[in-house]
Design a protein around this ligand. Sequence first.
Ligand SMILES: C[S@@+](CC[C@H](N)C(=O)[O-])C[C@H]1O[C@@H](n2cnc3c(N)ncnc32)[C@H](O)[C@@H]1O
Ligand code: SF4
Length: 432
Amino acid sequence: MMVPAAAATAAAATAAPSGLGPYPGSWAVYVHFPFCLHRCNYCDFATVAHRDPPRERALAACLAELSLRCEGLSPAPIRSVFFGGGTPSLWGAPAIGAILAWLDRWAGLDADCEITLEANPGAAEEGDLRGYVTAGVTRISLGVQALSDRRLRQLDRIHDADAARAALATLGQLRREGGLRAASADLIYGLPGQTEAELRSDVAALLDHGLSHLSAYALTIEAGTPLQGLVARGLAPTTDDGHQAAMLELMPQLVAGHGLQRYEVSNFAVPGSECRHNLAYWRGHHYLAVGVGAHGFLPCTLPGALGVRTANTRSVAAWFEALEAGRLAEAPREVTTAESHLDEWLLTGLRLRDGVDLGAVAVRFGDEVAVALVQAALAVPGLQTVGGAIAVEAAAIVRLDDVIASLAGSVSRRLQSARAAKRRAARGVGVG
Ligand SMILES: C[S@@+](CC[C@H](N)C(=O)[O-])C[C@H]1O[C@@H](n2cnc3c(N)ncnc32)[C@H](O)[C@@H]1O
Ligand code: SF4
């Protein structure tokens, strides 16, 4: 499903108060909880290890940030809320409930609002998970990562496979009871030494729990992490791109028997259970984001601007200090123009099975860009045009970055030459 051009036009035309906007017809909201019981050695997310995180203080700061950020924003209905981290399943149901109540008072949560909570085995017991569902959570994304103790130790996780299985069983139970609408798990693949048989067995065991969604990420050795330090000193093996690409290619086949299909390079769902919140990011919609290190994309009326990017500090201390003094803790805002936005739009949109919708491109960037995109797509191997959209062929997903780079380069060259021709025509030279 892509954004229909007519709907996008209608959304763009929505008037906003106080000169801000144009506004989306609905909001997606991200809320970050920046604490974990332990910091896994591969992770570079904005989080710090804390045995007893300051839940109340984080709630007060988060509500303060919401008040500051929403001043002057148009309160369109909220279609998705995502509590990410860090480990937001440590926050407690009262905090999650208080944030949802605040958002409901501000703009109204849609009746079928998707409300996701990231949870970790070992940091969410059965009673906790049930409490979150009672507080309004409709979707839980469980960070399983692997289902063997050996691989979990290799990943420096604090939980074992039994804890992961127990949490998965609870999700199954909550879904059967009807309170939880969707259950997802995160898996990390391509660990040094991991075999395809292990991946096969982990995926099958995970999906046997009746999950409606699976995210599978290749282990990335992030700069500045303890894992990168170990690899650099030869104390841990590094990953192998070919090994990871082979596993990525295998994934659709491993999930198919459980009714899941790939809808984004790393994400698989039972049709209809795709993550609405992440789709909003990948389709380039505006969204509001609060919390340590959170990045948002707000509407903006400056001439030529498509939106404004906001980026909060990654320092927990600076975030608390600013909000407790009544101000935001963000970097200077960055205005996104059509030029800067197009590459990003292609980079995320082409990760989707349904690709980039040409009607939406025409609405956001103009007909000239949509035409250049179609012409460029015809010339770049690995791309196809389907139902008014441009998408990457399944067989080309393993070389996605190269395909996107070729497409972006070709679009840019075509636009430059089309614009140069226009300028020449306007001056009355070189035509014919
Ligand atoms: C923001 S993390 C939070 C999830 C949760 N705290 C957990 O760890 O279970 C979201 C997901 O990103 C993935 N991830 C984080 N760092 C990664 C890395 N270096 N390589 C691959 N996947 C990574 C993991 O699958 C993780 O579940
Ligand atoms: S992977 Fe999850 S649990 Fe581990 S440090 Fe990162 S956010 Fe925390």
